[in-house]
Design a protein around this ligand. Sequence first.
Ligand SMILES: NC(=O)c1ccc[n+]([C@@H]2O[C@H](COP(=O)([O-])OP(=O)(O)OC[C@H]3O[C@@H](n4cnc5c(N)ncnc54)[C@H](O)[C@@H]3O)[C@@H](O)[C@H]2O)c1
Length: 255
Amino acid sequence: MLDYTGTDIDFSLKDKVAIITGGAAGIGYATVEFFTRKGAVCVLADINEKTDQIAREISANNMGITGDLTDSKFMGRIVEQADKAFGHIDFLINSAGIVALDSAENISDEYWDKTIQTNLTASFKMARTIGKYMIEKGIGGSIVNIGSQAGVIALDRHVAYCAAKGGIIAMTKVLALEWGKYGIRVNAVSPTVVLTELGHKAWDGPVGDLFKKEIPAERFAEPDEIAAAIAFLCSKNAGMITGHNLMIDGGYTIK
Ligand SMILES: NC(=O)c1ccc[n+]([C@@H]2O[C@H](COP(=O)([O-])OP(=O)(O)OC[C@H]3O[C@@H](n4cnc5c(N)ncnc54)[C@H](O)[C@@H]3O)[C@@H](O)[C@H]2O)c1
C-alpha cells in the first residue's frame, strides 16, 4: 500500500492551535465548532463582549479574546495570550468581516474606510503578525483568508466589499509566494451567500431570491460547508495547496 505522502485519512487536527477571527458568529463560529470536533484548540478573536464565554461553551479547552481587529494593538495581544496558554499557533483563520452596501456614486467615506479596514487591512495585519510568529518559531503553519464570490465578480452596491475581497485574494497569493519557504501555506475560500447574519443582511428579500435561482445548486451555503473546506485546507491532506482561492459557490462563477 502506498504511504509516502504523509496524508491523513482521518483528517485530524488533533492538538493543533487555531486562531479564528470573527469566531463568535457565522462562518467563524462554525469553524470553531468544526475545528474543535477535529481535535484542535481554538482561540477566538472577536469584538463580541461574550467571546470568551462563547469559546468555552464549545469546549473548555478553547478561549476567547474580545477586541477590535481594526486596532492593530489587539493583534499583538492575541498572539501573546495564545502563545502563553498553548506554546504554539498552527493556524490562522481570518473570518471577521462586515458588509456595508451603497451605490458607487453615493458610498460614504465611512462605509468605504470601515469595509476596507475590517475586511482587508485587518486580515493582512493579522496574517503579518501570525506569519512573523511562525517564521520566528520555525514551525510553519496554515493561514486561510475568507474571500468571497464578490472578490471575483461584480455585485451591485458592493463596491467597497468587492474591492476588499479582490484584495484578499491577491494578498493571499503574495503571502503564499513569500512564505512557502517557511512551510507556511496561505489559501483563501470564496463563498457565495452563506446563511449567517451578514448573509441575511445583504441578501434577504427579492434580490436574494432571484440571485439564488442563478446558482446552479439553487441554494445558498450553510456555514459548516465553509468550515469543512477551511479544515481541509489546514489539514495535512492539503500539504501541497497554497496560494489557492477555493470557490464555494454552488457553481455560480463557472458561468
Ligand atoms: N455570509 C456570507 O454570505 C458571506 C459570503 C462570502 C464571504 N463572507 C465572508 O465571511 C466572513 C465571515 O462572515 P459571516 O457571514 O460569518 O459574518 P457574521 O456577521 O455572521 O460574523 C462576523 C463576525 O466578525 C466579527 N467582527 C466584525 N467586525 C469585527 C472587528 N472589527 N473586530 C473583531 N471582530 C469583528 C463579528 O462580531 C462577528 O462575530 C466575512 O469576511 C465575510 O465577508 C460571508
